[in-house]
Write a protein that binds this ligand. Sequence first.
Ligand code: HEM
Length: 513
Amino acid sequence: IHLHRKQQYWEAQGIPLLKPFLFFFYGRGRIGTDCHAIDIPNEVYQRFRESGAPLAGMFMLSDPLIILLDLELIKHVLIKDFANFSYRGLYHNLRDDPLMGNLAAIDGPYWKRLRAKLTPSFTTGKMKFMYPTLIKVAEQLPGVVDRRLSDADIIDVKDLSACYTTDVIASSTLGIECDSLHNPLEDFRLITVKFFEEYSVTRDLISQRLPQLAKMLHWTNTPKVVTDFYIKVVRDNIAYRAEHGIVRQDFLQIMIDLIKTEALTMEEIAAQVFVFIIAGYETTSTTMTNCLWELAVNEDIQEQVREEVVQVMQEHDDVLTYECLKQMTYLDQVLKETLRKHPIAPALKRVAYEDYKVPGTNFVIKANTTVLIPSEAIQHDPRYYPEPEKFDPLRFTPEAMEERHPMTFLPFGDGPRNCIGLRFGRMQVLIGLAVMLRKYRFSVAPTTPIPLVYDQTILLRAPKGKVELKCERLVEEKFADHIPKGANVEVENFAASIRERREYEYTDGERNK
Ligand code: HEM
């Protein structure tokens, strides 16, 4: 009877519904093990996208879930009628899990106030200010890569990107120089990894659907050791700065300044620091990994982007300035195409605050209904991106972008609740890529996963296991410039002999296995 009533919810309105196979089960196996949480919503999108209906339905456990199909309706939900869709409806249990009192998880007036206070810390001006901090970390990359290449010509770009991102974020958020690039067992990195390792997609989905029960059971999303670590680091850091009169230009300082006008507790401050690290870590490191993977698979595109990086840097005395990044337009297109093909968040989530009549129709989205914007499915829709599995940065020339509806590209979400760290995340990835491509050539190794296999156990889209690529150090252009004409041949021969030797050692190593 319950199921029947629920199904009537859709049928009464004529909304297309993906009917469950049995009760509320779709017969696709266990979410988080056999399939990814986004697989069924993606199926709804694919099945009904040409039905003419602006939205379609399915069940998540026993609750109706709406999948938006129409781009104009998506624009209404994210931007024009945001006032009715400002809630994300994530589970939080602040009594047992104070770090979940963060900007991404909270809703309502507290979110609105906090977002307004934090937004000024992500302006272009603030990014320029943070730029040297990022460059300082990025400059360590070649040394680290060389060291890792000393006994193999294969590198796990996933691990490398994760270490780089951890160091950038620790330094720009808390002013901590954590150096996990040189020491991957650094506390800060291990604690961040622990958060992701202990995360359970099943527990998260159940707690979002049944928050009261989850609270009664004291369910938390953050392991206690992670909570204790962050609260201690933030408390010690604030006390140290106060004692020594230190004022730094990082995110923690912005929070310290906020205490003057907002009654924020230590837990609330730690929660914001925590979300910048958690939201910034997996997203940026995975984007960098995916991009290097695509460039290894598409070597012609890699050559083209490297040419741009080298040329722009030469115009700036071989220094990677902030202005360089703005001039590297092809690199930016490559990044956009990476985020189009591999969006880290495969869907955006909003909850209707009040009943909402879909403009131009008689459909009503009832209050408290969860609405999903299936960004990954949209970004793979051949109507907007022909041959969606092809990696083609030319889709993102200004002219090509102008021709598409803005809601066809949503890797950072959109509207007042979009990604607050968008500029910071982009800058971080672009710097990392420019530094790496300037010095190294990446190609497919026998151990490279093709295609990329996504991890089913997390809500984000990230590759499973290692992402190993063959990596070859390039001849230093500066060095080549300074040698007499004709001697270039010698340099090339030298480089070729190194390549050959590496090739030999690699195949030899493989044979010996
Ligand atoms: C390539 C990198 C990144 C990607 C792809 C990404 C993607 C996203 C997406 C899709 C959302 C949800 C937007 C929506 O619902 O409309 C989001 C929210 C958020 N992101 Fe990012 N992000 C990235 C980097 C960062 C960084 C570096 C930070 C912090 C410094 C950050 C902090 C946040 C926060 C705090 C939110 C929640 C905002 C709110 O609810 O008001 N992100 N991000």
